[in-house]
Design a protein around this ligand. Structure first.
Ligand SMILES: C[S@@+](CC[C@H](N)C(=O)[O-])C[C@H]1O[C@@H](n2cnc3c(N)ncnc32)[C@H](O)[C@@H]1O
Ligand code: SF4
Length: 416
């Protein structure tokens, strides 16, 4: 993978976003494999979230991160509080965090600042406090409006809690998102359409419709529920797309739909292989060096208590390594091919510093297989390519032997 791209028309330094991980939830949902910890576990008394200590640790992490050469002097275009359940945190804690972030990083005045909320943790006053803190986009994990399905997937809220939360969100945030999941146990196409219909009635600017995935380590992985088959799940996704298109939502990414101008800026930065600093327990980051020549991945300590201790000692980062150039095409495609409109070849070259022709043969094969369409400057997945995205991405997996050699070399580099 030695073919370097000539200087292109896309800015060589990608936009920078900030992700903040808040890892506690009321209860662990059986389908979830996020780095999240239940405050209530069967047979145990509820544990207290160490809110103030965790916020202190995040601020210590920010202090150190703001000095990274790949972060210093760069503008931050979006901030995302994800989890876990960030809405378990108090308004004061979120206000302290937003102020600390703005004091240490050069966050754009009009940056999109999203917070994820679980409808089971919502009060109107809390949303008012989040709004006062500077949150301007709320993402609500509704999943379904069916009480039976919500129970089957272990949610802590019912449909009426979800409706109340959406009404409160609409009062306080100019943009809010509703998360739905399809392919739930026993779900039919008409159930999915009913969920979508109820969501549309609240006129959200953004809607995400995820297909349920069974994740290793989740309760559903070890005790698999009866799920709709693949064809039925595909019919559900088609029906959702058709209904949302008629309602004026553009299907701009595999799972994301938005009214014009309301695409999630933070996620779009991921999908266009932008940079992000990730702080908080288990958070991941991707940062490009000043000259664009080196792209690094960072991971923070996963366990919250370990993270707190390490962050306070100025060592929140557990792992920090360069992405070998051979892996960049797959890393780029895993993001950009999620976009329905595809991407400009110049973006590939600017973000990876590789020539588009370095993946020319793979693109040819993908086109012959009907998985992408390509002009000289533009590449986009066909509907078939979007549906069988994993098959398409497999084509970009680098040669295993070379990968092992790259990793061995990286280890040697780090030891020295
Ligand atoms: C971090 S959660 C959102 C906030 C909050 N934790 C909640 O669940 O309400 C992000 C979203 O990912 C989706 N999700 C999580 N696990 C999933 C899975 N296994 N399959 C499909 N979607 C999933 C859900 O729609 C969820 O709202
Ligand atoms: S509330 Fe959200 S993050 Fe927490 S366990 Fe459930 S799906 Fe996972």
């Amino acid at each position: 993978m030695s073919v370097r791209a000539p200087p292109g028309k896309v800015c060589p330094t990608p936009p920078l976003s900030l992700y903040v991980h808040l890892p506690w939830c009321v209860r662990k949902c059986p389908y979830c494999d996020f780095n999240s910890y239940a405050v209530r576990r069967a047979g145990h008394s509820a544990v207290e979230i160490p809110e103030a200590r965790y916020v202190d640790a995040l601020i210590a992490d920010l202090d150190a991160s703001a000095l990274f050469p790949q972060v210093r002097d760069r503008e931050v275009v979006s901030v995302f509080f994800g989890g876990g359940t960030p809405s378990l945190f108090s308004g004061e804690a979120i206000a302290r965090l937003v102020a600390a972030i703005r004091a240490r990083l050069n966050v754009r005045a009009d940056a999109e600042i999203t917070l994820e909320a679980n409808p089971g943790t919502v009060e109107n006053e809390k949303f008012a406090a989040f709004e006062d803190a500077g949150i301007n986009r709320l993402s609500l994990g509704v999943q379904s409006f069916s009480d039976t399905l919500l129970k089957a997937i272990g949610r802590i809220h019912d449909a009426s809690d979800a409706r109340r939360a959406i009404e409160a969100a609409a009062q306080h945030f100019p943009v809010f998102n509703i998360d739905l999941i399809s392919g739930l146990p026993g779900q039919r196409v008409e159930d999915v359409l009913d969920d979508v219909e109820q969501a549309i009635a609240f006129s959200p600017a953004h809607l995400s419709n995820y297909a349920l995935t069974l994740e290793p380590g989740s309760a559903f992985w070890s005790k698999r529920p009866e799920l709709p088959d693949a064809d039925l799940c595909a019919d559900m996704l088609d029906a959702v797309e058709e209904r949302l298109t008629v309602a004026g939502y553009a299907h701009y990414e595999v799972s994301a739909f938005a009214r014009a101008g309301n695409e999630c800026r933070h996620n779009l930065n991921y999908w266009t292989f932008g940079d992000y600093l990730g702080i908080g327990a288990g958070a991941h980051g991707k940062l490009t060096g000043g000259d664009g020549a080196e792209i690094r991945r960072q991971t923070r300590w996963k366990n919250p208590e370990t993270y707190i201790a390490r962050a306070n000692a100025g060592r929140a980062v557990e792992d920090d390594f360069p992405i070998p150039p051979r892996e960049l095409p797959l890393e780029f495609m895993m993001n950009a091919l999620r976009l329905r409109k595809g991407f400009d070849a110049a973006l590939f070259e600017a973000r990876t510093h590789l020539s588009i022709e370095s993946v020319g043969e793979i693109l040819e094969r993908a086109r012959d297989a009907g998985l992408i369409e390509r002009t000289e400057t533009w590449i986009r997945p066909t509907p078939q390519g979007s549906r069988f995205l994993n098959r398409l991405l497999t084509m970009f997996v680098p040669d295993r032997r070379q990968e092992t050699e790259d990793r061995r070399q990286m280890k040697t580099d780090r030891c020295c």
